[in-house]
Design a protein around this ligand. Structure first.
Ligand code: SF4
Length: 293
């Protein structure tokens, strides 16, 4: 058995990082906030912002009572700010329709704004200890290597990926939830994308290692660059708006990206389309919800 659950549980007990959202007493809502933040942002950048959010918005109704702009400002530089808007929307639904709590049922979680297949199962598992497969990029990579003997996972397939991990889960609920956390932790800290540290790995029967570490034979993994992308320009435009208490004139935004005005206009347009930015009646720009002031 390339992935021995008892071995994984022992490894997790001694090696897991002490992350604040893993502490006793953290609520489903607080775990949901961490999962949304962690989807595209590293732990070190998420942790301090998450701690602030837990103090500021301990329950969904607290966030729902804040404006979109307040949430976007608090999101700061975490990137992909649409996540913050969706979480704010989700907070409103939880406050109004779910007694200010995050539900524990995967299907109900999936019906909430901005909650996809990964987040729903992560919350059910990590907040409520449910026996559900949780599959993120790290888990897919560990399964590809340890179980299938491939250097890289194939294209994502929710059904196949969930079935793969379901087949590895221990029977009992409590062990299954910790096993899921352990699988994810292994992918995040040991079986990493570029440099798997197999000497530190608790899985000596890993199929990929046993097969002599065959090279990846599919298309090369795309490395996401940031410099010069529309995403960088969007970030710079958002920073100007976050830092201003009042709507800003167009020239203040134009200043942030002089090298390619076409790209800058495209980025600003996309922020308007995404509902992250609004334009006032007199043509100035503001964060969502602040354009009417
Ligand atoms: S032995 Fe190496 S490749 Fe296999 S699961 Fe462990 S870290 Fe990953």
């Amino acid at each position: 058995m390339p992935v021995d659950s008892a071995v994984m549980l022992r490894w997790y007990a001694s090696e897991a990082r002490d992350l604040p959202w893993r502490h006793e007493g953290v609520t489903g809502w607080q775990i949901l906030m961490s999962e949304v933040m962690l989807q595209q942002t590293p732990v070190v950048r998420v942790a301090p912002i998450w701690e602030q959010w837990v103090r500021r918005w301990p329950v969904p109704s607290a966030m729902a009572a804040s404006s979109q702009a307040e949430v976007l400002r608090a999101w700061g530089k975490l990137g992909y700010p649409r996540r913050a808007l969706r979480l704010h929307e989700c907070a409103g639904v939880l406050a109004a329709e779910h007694d200010d709590r995050v539900p524990d049922d995967v299907d109900v979680l999936l019906s909430l704004p901005g909650i996809g297949a990964y987040t729903a199962r992560a919350v059910a598992c990590f907040a409520y200890g449910q026996r559900v497969p949780v599959v993120d990029t790290n888990v897919r990579r560990v399964v590809a290597r340890a179980v299938h003997g491939n250097a890289e996972p194939g294209n994502p397939s929710t059904r196949r990926d969930l079935a793969d991990v379901e087949g590895l889960l221990p029977r009992t609920r409590a062990r299954a939830a910790t096993f899921s956390a352990a699988l994810m932790e292994l992918g995040a800290t040991v079986c990493t994308a570029r440099n798997p540290d197999c000497d530190r790995c608790p899985l000596p029967e890993c199929a990929w290692v046993q097969a002599g570490r065959p090279a990846h034979d599919g298309p090369a993994r795309r490395v996401q660059k940031f410099a010069g992308t529309d995403r960088q320009v969007r970030g710079k435009l958002m920073a100007v708006l976050r830092d201003s208490d009042t709507p800003v004139e167009r020239p203040a935004l134009d200043q942030v990206w002089l090298t390619d005005p076409g790209q800058r206009d495209r980025a600003l347009h996309s922020l308007l389309v995404d509902g992250l930015v609004e334009q006032t009646d007199d043509g100035r720009f503001a964060l969502a919800g602040e354009g009417a002031r």
